[in-house]
Design a protein around this ligand. Structure first.
Ligand code: SF4
Ligand code: SF4
Ligand code: SF4
Length: 586
């Protein structure tokens, strides 16, 4: 019997059976045909404005946009003909006529989707008057630079900021030739309620939105003989960095990464996984204390600076619910400039901590004044993204694939499997549960190691676990649209939890705005977050120690310095406060 939910479509002679709610572009993908696009971003931005995906389809008048035109049973589609090629080239030339072309020096010169499309469609000259465009730079935010002279008005950034992140501070303004993208109310980026997640940069097909790079300042610090420059690398970087160098998606490049950092001149290379284990000790203890002593519940994780800023803008009433723990980046920097400096008799003002993160929001976090240590130092001096590290490796001439493996330096290099899964949505929750279960049920109890319900790419996950005498109701959300739905359910009384993990980026930090970029086509044919998440769980599976409370270097640090989690000393260095931020209003 025929399946009413499926239809047969023939694309360039290839017949495929596809769901009836597919668009032509989906059917073409099933048929193994790549239709060129610019504004299209699967599931996020599908409105057919760039006219690149025009095709011929039976039953349609003239050419139709494949990203919005629905399939129908028996439809015959042609994606390549002289008329289609002419139309696409014409559209591309019109876009180029208003685009500042500096391809050789553009930050995106190795992966610009506009440049690639010119190559794919054989556009080697532009017939229309090319305006003498000047750069139109907006550089007020710590994490990104906007240059509207390279903007092609595809609106992928607008859709991501509004639909995926629920923030909506990017918007088209004016009409006709004057149309441009701006931040809300025409304000500077630094003045609007942007949470610095960088997902708009990841969505942009051109160099119109780019990272604000700090690699030159880091190179200067490395050259300064008075400075001790220490790199600390986040869990997700090791499963993302290889993308830039042709390694399989999600491949663990930890050893090569450490070698590269040493060869770039860093004096020490420590693992933020070590600090993630410290975070679990602090956050797990805080959770147990709140449960035992009637503290504000539910408790929300605080590892993600994008989520913290979102809460500070939109949910002032939830600030007491946020864990007071700093993020692993800030805990690590703080302990380097106190514990490690004192142990090695080094003046902390001579230490430069450079974090390597999948995240652009960390660039904002390191500047937060509430994070300053009692000794006057900021915990972290520079926060580079995975992409910036990849740039430094390429510039140095190292052949990444040929690098040997080097281990992290002691005494902040050892970690457990619980720490490495921090990068995946649900990973912080699972890591916390692994340790909390042992503490709550007692060391002799047979407690689980894997909390399967926390895993996966669903936007919201929830579960209830019985640990010893305690019932723990947990929820995990990634992507701020999902976080907002979860918060509304909690506020309305529809949902009740004890512990909630929120990550700004969909899928967690493995999909952070600072990870290597992929084109809309690559994102439509494979799940890059899923591959990186698989990479992190594979690392966890092979770790000899998988609970944070088992980390010997962390135990040593508490014995030698902080005494115990949540101690007075620990609060001075590892915890922080939050601020209420005002939403900008007209
Ligand atoms: S960084 Fe995030 S919040 Fe800020 S404009 Fe981009 S998508 Fe929106
Ligand atoms: S800034 Fe980038 S993503 Fe946004 S409209 Fe312009 S080209 Fe598109
Ligand atoms: S989810 Fe991770 S990468 Fe994204 S903003 Fe938060 S900390 Fe940064």
């Amino acid at each position: 019997m025929a399946d009413n939910n499926m239809v047969k479509v023939t694309v360039d002679g290839v017949e495929v059976s596809v769901p009836a709610d597919y668009k032509i572009i989906d059917a073409a993908r099933e048929a193994g045909i790549k239709i060129p696009t610019l504004c299209y971003l699967k599931g996020v931005n599908e409105f057919g404005s760039c006219r690149m995906c025009l095709v011929e389809a039976t039953g349609a008048r003239g050419l139709v946009a494949a990203c919005v035109y629905p399939v129908s049973d028996g439809m015959v589609v042609t994606t390549d003909s002289p008329a289609i090629r002419k139309s696409r080239r014409n559209s591309l030339e019109l876009i180029l006529s208003n685009h500042r072309q500096e391809c050789t020096t553009c930050e995106r010169n190795d992966n610009c989707e506009l440049r690639q499309l010119c190559a794919d469609l054989g556009v080697d000259h532009v017939r229309y008057q090319i305006e003498n465009l000047e750069p139109q730079l907006e550089e007020s935010a710590p994490h990104l630079i906007r240059d509207n002279s390279k903007c092609i008005l595809c609106r992928r950034c607008v859709a991501v900021c509004r639909k995926t992140q629920q923030v909506g501070v990017l918007t088209p303004a004016d009409r006709g030739f004057a149309t441009h993208i701006e931040h809300a109310f025409g304000r500077d980026m630094a003045e609007v309620n942007c949470v610095n997640c960088g997902q708009c940069i990841a969505a942009c097909p051109t160099g119109a939105l780019s990272l604000k790079s700090q690699t030159n300042q880091v190179r200067e610090a490395i050259q300064d003989e008075d400075k001790i420059v220490i790199a600390i690398t986040a869990p997700s970087v090791r499963v993302g960095l290889g993308d830039r160098f042709g390694e399989p998606l999600g491949a663990n490049t930890e050893g090569k990464m450490v070698t590269a950092l040493k060869r770039l001149g860093f004096d020490y290379v420590f693992d933020v996984d070590w600090a993630a284990d410290v975070t679990i000790m602090e956050e797990g203890t805080e959770l147990i204390d709140r449960i035992a002593n009637g503290g504000t519940m539910p408790m929300f994780t605080s590892c993600c600076p994008g989520w913290i800023k979102y809460c500070e803008y939109y949910h002032h009433d939830l600030l007491p619910n946020l864990s007071t723990c700093r993020s692993p980046q800030q805990m690590h920097g703080g302990l380097i400039k106190t514990y490690w400096a004192e142990r090695n008799h080094i003046d902390p003002s001579k230490i430069v901590v450079v974090s390597i993160m999948p995240c652009t929001a960390k660039k904002f976090e390191i500047e937060r004044e509430e994070q300053r240590l009692d000794n006057g130092c900021m915990p972290t001096d520079f926060s580079l993204t995975t992409r910036e590290l990849a740039d430094m490796i390429v510039e140095s001439g190292m052949v990444f694939g040929m690098l040997k493996d080097t281990p992290f330096d002691p005494i902040m290099g050892e970690s457990t499997g619980a720490a490495v899964i921090f990068g995946a949505s649900g990973g912080v929750m699972e890591a916390a549960l692994r340790t909390a279960a042992v503490i709550l049920a007692g060391p002799e109890a047979d407690v689980p190691l894997i909390f399967e319900e926390t895993r996966g790419l669903e936007g919201i996950k929830e579960a209830t676990y019985q640990v010893g005498e305690t019932t723990l109701r947990i929820a995990v959300a990634s992507g701020l649209n999902n976080a907002e739905r979860l918060i509304q359910a909690i506020k309305s009384g529809e949902a009740h939890y004890d512990f909630v993990e929120i990550m700004t980026c969909p899928g967690g930090c493995i999909n952070g705005g600072g990870q290597p970029q992929h084109s809309a086509w690559e994102k439509s044919i494979k799940s890059i977050p899923a591959a990186r998440i698989k990479g992190t769980y594979n690392i966890d599976d092979k770790m000899p120690l998988r609970r944070s409370l088992e980390n010997p270097e962390v135990k040593m640090m508490y014995d030698e310095y902080l005494d115990r989690p949540n101690s007075h000393n620990a609060h001075q260095i590892l915890h922080c406060t939050y601020v209420e931020r005002e939403l900008y209003k007209i």
